[in-house]
Design a protein around this ligand. Sequence first.
Ligand code: ING
Length: 283
Amino acid sequence: MIRRPPRSTLFPYTTLFRSELTLTTFFPRWFIEDEREIEEWFEVEMPGADTKPLFDRAGQLGVGFCLGYAELSTDDDGIKHRYNTQILVEKDGSVVGKYRKVHVPGHETNEPDRPFQHAERYYFEPGPDGFDVWDAFGGTLGMAICNDRRWPETYRVMGLKGVELILIGYNTPLHYEPDPQQNALAGFHNHLVMQSGAYQNGTFVVGVAKGGIEEGIDSLAQSAIYAPSGQIVAQCITTGDEIAVATLDLDFCGYYKNTLFDFDRYRQPQHYGIIAQQHGGQE
Ligand code: ING
């Protein structure tokens, strides 16, 4: 077997990754009825006038980046669609790909009895494109957003496409109104799902929080970088502005993709059909 040289020596990439809805406050915590006011939170082009300087600077510095924003997209029939979107930008400032959040949590209508809203399903449609992967930064990269990270299907679809690094931005309030007993487990559940997703698919995962207090609401921080072993490579430890840094050798994925999680050798998809065919769980 011809072994390609380790890419970490061939493609030293510096990349910067920001979180979900990076460019605005997490506005789904409010219930806004005026359409014009709602649309003020959305970008109609990326890069646009306000964000082009960021793309230009990235290109000058040779730093790729990934960031989340609210996207207002108009289709060929002139119909407007609102997505919770994340964009991947190469180190020359060019757009590699765009991901639109598939798993949209929270509620569709105003729930004034809540201490704050989580009305993502009022503001955003589920992404229509599913989970894709792209050649970028010297490897095979994928993206997911916040609630996506809690669903194993998110990682497995990209795992089957050969993903080596998944970038996931999140805004996770520390208070979960439907079941507050989960509040104390927010950090545990955060690492649990990304460590599992990384390990079970032989991929690196980077989870980046917009954490701490925003508009009076306290959200989980604990941004971290996870190895295909499931280990935490680097983690933020405060709720302030912080940078976690790590050097990732994407060839490390092979230690898991070519052994325990050699999908072609060990998976038994003839028994998995129900996962894609059945929507809800049975009593
Ligand atoms: N946030 C949440 C998430 O899955 C949520 C939904 C809210 C979970 C509050 C727990 C507590 O992390 C987003 N934006 O998907």
